[in-house]
Design a protein around this ligand. Sequence first.
Ligand code: GRF
Length: 199
Amino acid sequence: MNIAVLCSGNGSNFQAIADSLKSGKIKGKVALMVCDNPKAFALTRAKKAGIKTALIERKNFKTTRDFEAEIIKSLEKEKIELICLAGFMRIMGAEFVRRFRNKILNIHPALLPSFKGAHGIKDALDYGVKVTGVTVHFVDDKMDHGPIILQEALEVKNDDTQDSLGQRIHKIEHKLYPEAIKLFVEKRLKIEGRRVKIK
Ligand code: GRF
């Protein structure tokens, strides 16, 4: 199965996905990384891993629709069947989501539906929760909202900072995202309304 990863920044999840797919345990291949930020370290990672990249910047398009149409074109060219958002700092429009219905995954650094948005780790820490975690979910047209595939919790320690908590969260992310991808590739995920049954 041809998989695309969409990134805007560091790309550590992209790296984890690419590494785990290289091992051959998952019958899929990262055929493309789409990036909207020319300064993203994710681009360097992809080049090093020999993975094709498409740099598509919003500023080069008149409308968001045109920008997304270009992304769709690049995904179709590589015959992509699964799209993994991994630190992609944009909310994709309804048309994009419709085109790849139930074929887009996202990872979020909190236990959804808590702490949606771009600062899940900081928001959880600031709120004072004792438990937070990681969520991998299908993407629908609302932010951090689609049916949940996998979640893993971790405890917040007394002396945690955003950095120390972030490090433990990322470690879980790098394990959980490949797990979810494996389930998808093996067609073991069945969406029933909001619930995702694992076969
Ligand atoms: C991760 O924490 C992910 O949960 C969130 O954005 C971050 C991306 O990190 N959606 P990286 O670019 O994969 O290192």
